[in-house]
Ligand binder design. Sequence first.
Ligand SMILES: *Cc1c(COP(=O)(O)O)cnc(C)c1O
Length: 476
Amino acid sequence: MSPNGEQVLAQLDAYRAHDAPTHGGRVLSYVYDSGLAELDALAGEAAARVQAVNGLDPTTFPSVALMQADLVTFAREVLRGGPATSGAVTSGGTESIMLAVLAARERWRETHPGDPRTPRVVAPTTAHAAFHKAAHYLGLDVVPVPVDPATGTLPAHRLAQHLGEATALAVASAPAYPHGVLDPVTGIAAAAAERGIPCHVDACVGGFVLPWWEGAEPWDLSVPGVTSISADLHKFGYAPKGASVLLVTDPALDRARYYALTDWPGYPVVNPTVLGSRSAMSLAAAWAVVTHLGTQGYADLTAGVARATAEVREVVDGIAGLRVVGEPTGPLLAVGTDPGVPAHQQVDPHAWAQAVAARGFVLQGQPALTQQDGTALPRTTHLTLTPASLGVLLELTEALVAGADDVRGRAAPRTDDGAGAAEVPDPVALARAAREGGELDLPAVLALVEALPREQSARLLVDFLAAFTAPPTGQG
Ligand SMILES: *Cc1c(COP(=O)(O)O)cnc(C)c1O
C-alpha cells in the first residue's frame, strides 16, 4: 500500500532533517532570512493560492500579468528607472542575467550583420559565474578583466580598454558577490555608452538592499549608460527562492529577450523568459512579500542588516591574522589572511571557516584565483549578513574570534606539494562519503580547485555532484 499523506510528509521531514538551517542566521550564504515569521507565512499562503496556475499564459491567467506588473513597477521605482523602463520577473538571478545577455547578443547581431566574430561579454573577473554560464549557453565569449587584488574592483578605464566592435555587453556589479565590492558603475556605463554598447548592472544581490544603504556610490538605472539591471527578489527581497527581476531601459532591447514562434502546428508561442509552462507560486510569494513590506519595510530591514554588518566588520578587523578584502558596500564581506603580520599570527580563511563551522556558523570558502594578467586574488571566506544575523550577533562574533584563535599560525591546507603534483581524490568516493553523513572536507576541496587546471577541477565537480544526487545503486 502506498504511504498516506501524513506518512509522505513525515518522510519529507526526515529528508529535511539533513538540511542546513534556513532560518536563524547560522548560515551566512544561500539564505536571506528576514527574521519575520509572518512574512514566511504570507509567502506560503500566497503561493498556495496559485498552486494550479500556469504562468505560461497570462491572458488565460491574468493574475500572473498583474503580479508581474506590480513587481516591475516596484523594482523600477527603487532601482530608479524611467517611465520607459520595462522588464520581467524571472526564476532567479541566473535567468535574469541570461536574458540580459540574450538581448545584448540579439542587439549586437542586428547592428553587426555578417560579422563573423563571436560576440563578447566584457566583465570584471569578479562578475558572477552566471555571465559565463549565459555565454556558454548562448554562444558568446567572456572577456574577464582583472581586478586589483587589494580592492576587489578596477578603475573603469581598465575595463573600457577591452570594449570594442565585438563587445555585445559590458558588465558592472553592484556589488560583486565574491568580495561585496561595488564596481565603478558610472565610469563603466559611460565608457560603454560612448561606444554604443549596452551595459548591464548585476544588482542580483544588492538590488533590494543598496537602495537603502548609506554612502553607496551611484549604481542604479539613474546612471547614464546603464541599459539593464538584475535584482533578485529571492535574496534581499526576502521572497522564497524562484524570483528575480530584470529591468531594461530601452523597450527595443527589452523585446530582444522574448521568444515567439508561429510556425509550428500548436498554440502560438510567446515566452518572455526561458521557461514555457511555469509555476506562478514563486511569483505570488514574491509579490505578497514585496506588497506587504513596501519601501518602508525594506528600509527598516536594511537598517538592521547594516548594523549587523558594521558590527561584524569591526570584529573581523580586530582579529589578528585576518582582514576584510577591499572596501565592501553592502552586507557582503570577504575575509582573507592578513599578509601584514608574521606567519605565526596569520589565519588561513578556509581553516577559519571550518573552525567557525564547528562553533555553529556556516561561512562560505572561496578559492584563490590567478587572473589573466598573472595577479592572484587570494583565497577568502565569504559572509553575507541578513536581518537574522542581529538575533545571533554576539554568538556569531564570538565564534568568529574563537575560530581564528583555534587555527592561528596553522599552515594552510594544501593538496599541491609545491612541485605542482596535486593528490586528486576520487569524486565518486567523496560523494558517497558525504552522502553517508560524513563531513565534506571543504578546505581540501577548495585547495584542490586552486591546485588543479580549471578544466579538470570543473569536471571533478560535475562527477561529484552527479554521484551525490544519483539514485542509490543498491550495491550499498
Ligand atoms: C546570486 C547572484 C547571481 C545569480 O543569481 P541566482 O539567483 O543564484 O541564479 C548573480 N549575480 C550576483 C551578484 C549574485 O549575488
